[in-house]
Design a protein around this ligand. Structure first.
Ligand code: ADP
Ligand code: MG
Length: 457
């Protein structure tokens, strides 16, 4: 079974209960193989994952299944060769043959009978206003969010926050949700990434559960939709989202939306949605200024129990100016480096770790990056630029996109174009994916480091 709605829902809950790194490492390539009479079999793709899940996560998985009303007698893990389709391929509404639908429906029915969790609330408690540093670049967005939590649904509806990757959009809008759950006793504050929304909608169509889907979202007290740019080009979903939006807006329910660009610049977004998104308030979020970046580094380090000296903090804030996510990545790299060697982070270590950042020549071309990436992975240029979707081509292609972004700071449409892609959301997705993976997948990390080094010799 390729896609599995119910397991996705369980994963959704697990994702909220463990760190992102752990989630990607241990759960990303898992699937529900069968569920018969309380005997649950979960497919994993190697022995390490199997052992780790058995050792560390089995109770957690069991508890989440049970909490959601699934009867569990026994859970076992089976090693399978799981071939991962690109999960962005979510427009595919051509469903497998009928038998498979029946099979899925049966499992789905069993597992969903007593539960309301198929759609999840989606909030992650780690994002709060308290650990969000306010400064130049985000203060307007912050102020709007504060205004919203004082009187949800009345002002700034919808609130539309836009800005580049890694500058704190998700953190901020999640903070609104968490605050409202805690302080306003709203029972139904829903946070959803647009990708998840799309996936749920497609699944709802497959499982003939559209009524559930519709009522779930239309009865929200507050609806927070992250990265709405991913709705571009998906007509049916835009239509559904339009109705959801109207229902909530008419009932004065607060809607918060984030995107990487303003509504008018989202390609293939229906006019009527563009105009609705502009009804309330649109706010641009920028990369915070130097002082704010320093404060963010300090708070992130202290969350990990580390007290950094000012020179180290300032070095990082000065040298990594792209976005907060990268800044946080650099901090994590530094802390990991020091922890492994039992050293105290200091300026010498920090500057030697990140020295390459400053001395970059400017004449690097996109072509060189793509060529070096292809060479590193030992694939042909025409493959990396072509249409093939095999994993050993897709990953290098995504890495190339990531490096185009990190080294040349190209726009997403430009990145897509350089790699012969029409849709720039592919580039956004790829860069984001590799950025996340590079923190936990040593092979990817090594590839990026080595390719990048080769660019400058
Ligand atoms: P975006 O959604 O805009 O891509 P995120 O909200 O995921 O960015 O932010 C990336 C990382 O940077 C997160 O770990 C977030 O906590 C952190 N971050 C961004 N801005 C701030 C801020 N002002 N204060 C504290 N942390 C921040
Ligand atoms: Mg985000």
């Amino acid at each position: 079974m390729k896609s599995n709605n119910i397991w996705q829902a369980v994963l959704g809950e697990i994702e909220l209960s463990i760190s992102h790194g752990n989630f990607i490492t241990w759960f990303k390539n898992t699937q529900l193989v069968s569920d018969f009479d309380g005997n649950i079999i979960i497919g994993v793709n190697n022995i390490f994952v199997k052992q780790q899940l058995e050792k560390k996560f089995i109770d957690n998985i069991k508890a989440i299944l049970q909490k959601n009303g699934v009867q569990v007698k026994n859970i076992s893990f089976e090693i399978q060769n799981i071939n991962h389709e690109d999960s962005t391929d979510i427009n595919n509404e051509v469903v497998e043959d009928l038998e498979e639908i029946h099979q899925k429906d049966k499992i789905h029915q069993q597992l969903t009978n007593s539960l309301s969790h198929t759609y999840r609330q989606g909030l992650n408690e780690k994002y709060t206003f308290d650990n969000f540093i306010v400064g130049d670049g985000n203060e307007l967005a912050f102020a709007a969010c504060q205004a919203i939590v004082s009187q949800p649904g009345t002002r700034y509806n919808p609130l539309f926050i836009y800005g580049g990757v890694g500058i704190g959009k998700t953190h901020l809008i999640q903070a609104v949700g968490n605050y409202l759950v805690k302080n306003n006793n709203f029972s139904k504050v829903l946070y959803i990434s647009t990708e998840q929304f799309v996936q749920e909608f497609v699944d709802a169509l497959r499982f003939r559960k559209t009524a559930d889907f519709v009522s779930h979202y239309r009865t929200a007290d507050v609806l927070i939709v992250d990265d709405v740019q991913f709705i571009a080009g998906k007509e049916k979903i835009q239509e559904e989202f339009f109705h959801t939006f109207n229902a909530l807006h008419q009932a004065n329910k607060q809607i918060i939306i984030s995107s990487d660009k303003p509504p008018k610049d989202i390609p293939t977004l229906e006019e009527r949605l563009k105009s609705r998104f502009a009804w309330g308030m649109s706010i641009d979020m920028q990369n915070p200024d130097f002082e704010t970046r320093c404060a963010i580094i300090k708070i992130k380090a202290s969350e990990q129990g580390v007290d950094l000296t000012n020179d180290v903090v300032e070095f990082l804030a000065n040298n990594i100016q792209t976005n907060i996510r990268e800044l946080e990545g650099a901090l994590n790299q530094l802390l990991a480096f020091c922890e492994m060697r039992q050293l105290e982070p200091n300026l010498t270590i920090t500057s030697s770790l990140f020295s390459s950042i400053k001395s970059r020549p400017k004449h690097l071309s996109s072509r060189q990056i793509i060529e070096k990436t292809a060479r590193y992975f030992q694939i042909q240029m025409e493959d990396i630029l072509g249409a093939k979707r095999d994993k050993d081509i897709v990953v290098p292609r995504q890495v190339a996109m990531y490096i185009l972004r990190s080294e040349l700071h190209l726009s997403f449409p430009k990145i897509a174009k350089e790699l012969g892609r029409k849709d720039h959301t592919t580039a956004i997705h790829s860069v984001d994916k590799i950025e996340k993976e590079s923190k936990i997948n040593m092979e990817i990390k090594k590839a990026i480091t080595e390719i990048t080094e080769k660019l400058y010799v």
